[in-house]
Design a protein around this ligand. Structure first.
Ligand code: SIN
Length: 277
């Protein structure tokens, strides 16, 4: 399988398209090559992967235990007998999509997921791209004094505001439900590559801990603008049965909702991660 596998970078910073591989039947050697490419490029894209839910989960399990999303069934029923599957679906009744602002998946968890693997089976005629941004590149681009300042700071990531808003706009009241909230370092070190990455995002990060709110808000305002700069990004145009897998420890992503009222639909498998350090 390795002989037929080709890894083609999308940009010098982030993202690569992988061809010549069937993710449902990947062998150990192929998996080792893929894992290295994943760590090198942070996000990998695949075409023509018409794989079953079980094969999708089995592929995710090669990376680690699967994660169950804290807001998975707030406003849809999920997939029967597969709680690890997050349904990603938008249609003419949708009032807010999943992932429609820059975020790292479930960064509000104490141990946020390390990676996500999304297969879309139904696409709109045009639009519905996903954008990814390298938080390694965003960190590397900072001045030394700014890196120094951030190295001592943590920030709180709260799932409540984001998930309650999304459910509320679908007409579901989750005000009584508890969602995770956690404090994480603003600069985290990737446990496998050893590289430093910024770890804040507009969807979940509510405040910087242990400093006055006005100071923290100024820092977060700067960081939110900085991490969303185009030079850190790549953009993926989906086709039916494309798969994207991204490293939540060093990337953000933004699912573009520019296709209303058309349908965009698929399944996400998410792999558990470590406490950020
Ligand atoms: C997400 O997992 O955040 C959604 C990504 C997408 O729909 O492209």
């Amino acid at each position: 399988m390795v002989a037929s596998m080709t890894v083609t970078p999308l940009t010098p910073i982030i993202g690569a398209e992988v061809s010549g591989v069937d993710l449902a039947g990947i062998d150990d050697e192929g998996f080792a090559t893929l894992r290295k490419a994943f760590l090198d490029h942070s996000v990998l894209f695949f075409r023509n992967q018409d794989i079953s839910i079980d094969a999708h989960k089995a592929f995710g399990r090669r990376f680690g235990d699967l994660h169950i999303h804290p807001a998975a069934n707030d406003y849809n029923d999920g997939v029967k007998d597969h709680p690890e599957i997050l349904v990603i679906h938008a249609d003419e009744k949708t009032t807010r999509t999943a992932g429609d602002s820059w975020h790292s998946d479930v960064s509000c968890d104490a141990e946020p997921p390390m990676m996500s693997i999304l297969r879309l089976h139904t696409l709109p005629p045009l639009g519905g791209d996903t954008l990814f941004a390298s938080m390694y590149a965003a960190y590397d681009a900072l001045s030394e004094p700014m890196k120094q300042l951030l190295s001592n700071l943590t920030a709180t990531h709260d799932g409540g505001p984001n998930y309650r808003d999304r459910a509320g706009r679908q007409g579901v009241d989750t005000s009584a439900k508890a969602y995770p909230a956690s404090s994480h370092p603003i600069v985290r070190t990737h446990p496998e590559t050893g590289r430093k990455a910024l770890y804040v995002n507009r969807a979940f990060t509510t405040h910087v801990d242990d400093i006055p709110r006005d100071e923290g808000n100024a820092i977060l305002g700067f960081l939110f603008n900085h991490i969303e700069k185009a030079q850190f990004q790549c953009r993926f145009r989906w086709q039916p049965n494309s798969i994207a897998m991204w490293d939540n420890r060093c990337t953000l992503h933004h699912a573009m909702w520019d296709y209303f009222p058309n349908v965009r639909s698929g399944f996400r498998v998410t792999v558990k991660g470590d406490r950020p350090v």
